[in-house]
Design a protein around this ligand. Structure first.
Ligand SMILES: C[S@@+](CC[C@H](N)C(=O)[O-])C[C@H]1O[C@@H](n2cnc3c(N)ncnc32)[C@H](O)[C@@H]1O
Length: 239
């Protein structure tokens, strides 16, 4: 992977994976988070969920953790005048909290479900919960195209049943799940495709042109396999 070319495309985007404000609201309502709550956005990317998280805890605090510098800068800019929102350029694996909610959109698979939950157990407040969106196969007999869709991503891709088993194996309980909607994917892909068009129109190096082609392919491949795979949002709590 040419990361410079990848990040030439993945820059100045509102978010870096599928998701909607209503997903954040659903998780917050489900656990009954207090407006004074303390929330972590683990792997916050450019901060696409910060506004929705702030709505959950208008009198509380938010910590974001992200390792890619230009995502950190983008996230910080969004709440530069709000001292209750802090963005750390640091790994989400070392959290102290204690958080009422650890939100993680499309980032847990970088660590793996078991490792992330083990790392976060001690960072939750009493009755705290983790809400994370995670790649999922919607069928036990996926096509090669559905499996290939996730090939470039870390970790293995599994069904919800298999992910629930991993969650249970480390002693956590699932409070609820729901698949991310097509609109959640569009919220990621539409700005990505618009950026691809802008870069292509401006003229790019060969390596960036390759990254643009890969981003366009990712969006069109998703349309082809959306019935077989996508993301599921899990809300979980230590058992
Ligand atoms: C698919 S993106 C999703 C970003 C954001 N949550 C969103 O929905 O727009 C996953 C993010 O996790 C970040 N990430 C991966 N491993 C991380 C780690 N150990 N600590 C913090 N962030 C990490 C990546 O840099 C990337 O920004």
């Amino acid at each position: 992977m040419d990361w410079d070319a990848f990040f030439a495309v993945h820059r100045d985007l509102p978010r870096e994976g599928p998701g909607l404000a209503e997903d954040v609201a659903w998780a917050g309502q489900l656990i009954g988070i207090s407006p004074q709550g303390f929330v972590c956005d683990a792997g916050c990317g450019p901060g696409g969920d910060l506004a929705a998280l702030r709505q959950l805890v208008p009198h509380g605090r938010i910590d974001g953790f992200e390792t890619v510098s230009h995502f950190v800068e983008a996230a910080r800019e969004k709440f530069s005048g709000d001292p209750s929102v802090r963005i750390f350029e640091a790994s989400m694996e070392q959290l102290s909290g204690p958080y009422d909610l650890i939100w993680s959109a499309g980032a847990v698979y970088f660590l793996g479900v078991s490792r992330a939950l083990e790392a976060w157990r001690g960072a939750l407040a009493d009755k705290g919960a983790v809400a994370f969106s995670h790649p999922c196969l919607f069928t036990d007999a996926p096509s090669e195209a559905a499996l290939a869709f996730w090939e470039a991503e870390p970790g293995s891709i599994e069904t919800e049943t298999a992910t629930r088993a991993q969650i249970a194996a480390v002693g956590w309980q699932v409070l609820a799940t729901r698949p991310l909607s097509d609109a959640a994917w569009t919220a990621y892909h539409d700005p990505l495709l618009a950026r691809c068009d802008t870069l292509a129109a401006a003229g790019t190096s060969d390596s960036v042109a390759t990254a643009v082609a890969a981003a366009r392919k990712e969006a069109s491949d998703w349309r082809a396999v959306a019935g077989e795979t996508g993301y599921v949002l899990y809300v979980v709590r230590p058992g």
